[in-house]
Ligand binder design. Structure first.
Ligand code: FES
Length: 139
């Protein structure tokens, strides 16, 4: 039996929202120093909603699957809803990940948060409390 659920395999093999948004309103890049994987998220924001989101992930299959699912979960949502996305919700939406791969989903949550921080910095809008002092996880 595969370690990975059908949903993980689907999002790994057919990742959604791969690419770059040239005129992005927010860009977040995070990496995990232990495995060396890197994730970059691009956000387009309109009327306080995630009008578009794309990602580039240089990383393992789980990093690609979690990036893909994370983008699907925030697309069209409000900024506040996007802000609440947790790695746990991403893992649940994928029907689970092996324990050793949970950190890959943390990278997805952090990449979105980093892109939101960049959006608030660039737009000059007031940074939500929960993003003030945001630091990506180290492992
Ligand atoms: Fe590092 Fe998956 S092994 S993000």
């Amino acid at each position: 039996m595969s370690l990975y659920t059908d949903k993980v395999m689907d999002h790994f093999e057919n990742p959604r929202n791969v690419g770059v948004i040239e005129d992005a309103d927010g860009i977040g890049e995070v990496g995990n120093p232990l495995c060396g994987d890197i994730m970059k998220m691009y956000l387009k924001v309109e009327d306080d909603r995630i009008a578009d989101v794309k990602f580039k992930t240089f990383g393992c299959g789980s990093a690609i699957a979690t990036s893909s699912m994370a983008t699907e979960l925030i697309k069209g949502k409000t900024l506040d809803e996007a802000l609440e996305l947790t790695n746990k919700a991403v893992v649940e939406a994928l029907d689970g990940l092996p324990a050793r791969k949970i950190h890959c989903s943390v990278l997805a949550e952090d990449a979105i948060k980093a892109a939101l921080v960049d959006y608030y910095n660039k737009s000059g809008k007031e940074m939500p409390e929960s993003l003030v002092g945001f630091e990506p996880h180290e492992d």
